[in-house]
Design a protein around this ligand. Sequence first.
Ligand code: GTP
Ligand code: PEQ
Length: 202
Amino acid sequence: MDALVPFAAREPKTRLATVLEPDERVEFARTMLRDVCSAIDATDASPTVLSTDPIDSEWPVVVDDRPLTAAVNDRLDPPVAVVMADLALATPDALSRLFGAEGEVVIAPGLGGGTNALVVREPDFHTDYHGASVADHRRIASEVGVEATAVDSFRLAVDIDEPEDLAELLLHGSGESVEWLRSAGFELSTPDGRVTVRRQAR
Ligand SMILES: Nc1nc2c(ncn2[C@@H]2O[C@H](COP(=O)(O)OP(=O)(O)OP(=O)(O)O)[C@@H](O)[C@H]2O)c(=O)[nH]1
Ligand SMILES: C[C@H](OP(=O)(O)O)C(=O)O
């Protein structure tokens, strides 16, 4: 099965702008993309990066500068998976569970209402990303006569969007992204009992 990996190559990860400089966000986003593609590559699926701009990559890249939903829907040729490029905790095991789950539409929900990964086997299904897209994807599945099923996966539920998500990566990551973060000076911090990150001055 093909696994599309959407990638915003231009000004990525704007919600991390308070903790990372623009060039660091580019580097970090590309490092997470490599981790995700490597994890997919270790399953039965093959990653194709669906990028807004040309990028160097070990894996095939298709370039489409339209907004996310339009670019994905144009290539939603079942059976197909869509796996976001910021799932830095994704492992081959977690992805294999998703790819192997039965159902016409299988969703790996993200914390906060997003759709972190999807398997689509129903030709009439289409995506509608942003906002509470997990609810929209359940509704769209039902409109085309199938039931969306969900996989329960911590590793696929955490996408790295906000500074607090970096704590999850430091705690549970094992790929290049967590190494990148550590070498950039990030470490865990629990100033008031809540786990967060801080960055050492270098
Ligand atoms: N091809 C493509 N991928 C996108 C686009 N927007 C976001 N993505 C990718 O979709 C996934 C989820 O993106 P978001 O977390 O919503 O956005 P982001 O650009 O990574 O981060 P923010 O700027 O903080 O919103 C990531 O893999 C992004 O790289 C787009 O317009 N086109
Ligand atoms: C694209 C979007 O991602 P999020 O903004 O939730 O990271 C979604 O999953 O609908």
